[in-house]
Design a protein around this ligand. Sequence first.
Ligand SMILES: CC(C)(COP(=O)(O)OP(=O)(O)OC[C@H]1O[C@@H](n2cnc3c(N)ncnc32)[C@H](O)[C@@H]1OP(=O)(O)O)[C@@H](O)C(=O)NCCC(=O)NCCS
Length: 160
Amino acid sequence: MVDLHVLTAADWPLWREARIAALTDAPDAFKSALADWEKGGREQWRARLDIPGSHNVVALRDGLPVGMVRGVPAGADTSELRSLWVSPEARGEGVGDRLVETVASWALRSGSTTLKLAVIPGNQPAIALYRRSGFVITEEPGNFLPDGVTREQVMAKRLR
Ligand SMILES: CC(C)(COP(=O)(O)OP(=O)(O)OC[C@H]1O[C@@H](n2cnc3c(N)ncnc32)[C@H](O)[C@@H]1OP(=O)(O)O)[C@@H](O)C(=O)NCCC(=O)NCCS
């Protein structure tokens, strides 16, 4: 049984545990590097969760984090989904779908009409999940990856 837990700033140790596990497990899936985060102190982690209007969720099984996702405001009518990760032992059970759905519901409640995200090209499991959840690839140019050549792929979903 996996429960989704909405975090407050006081839950930063849980967010740190999940984020370090994600960056260790799937370094190629994220633009952030483990090295940028693992030495971060309390204030750096709290600041992440304190971004006004952000929605941070960890999936827990037996009290241990097995997944995470966050939503952040990204303009007047747009929210952005970030940091999606499910631990290898919890994959294929629909946890990823549930995490995407919870951010889509939050974005709708926040008044957004569009939910967007950036994915590293070639991350087929993530792209397949996002397509299944109603996201389509957009023409918007994503940020450059550290190689300075490849760009993230921007996907978006109309919420209403
Ligand atoms: C991408 C990722 C989040 C998917 O997480 P997940 O929990 O496995 O996703 P889901 O279970 O919702 O869906 C994955 C598959 O399981 C299947 N599935 C869903 N519910 C299921 C269930 N109850 N039983 C068996 N399979 C199920 C889905 O149909 C899907 O199959 P498919 O990809 O072959 O079509 C995960 O692989 C991950 O964390 N990857 C590394 C980090 C990453 O890439 N993050 C995205 C950054 S943009």
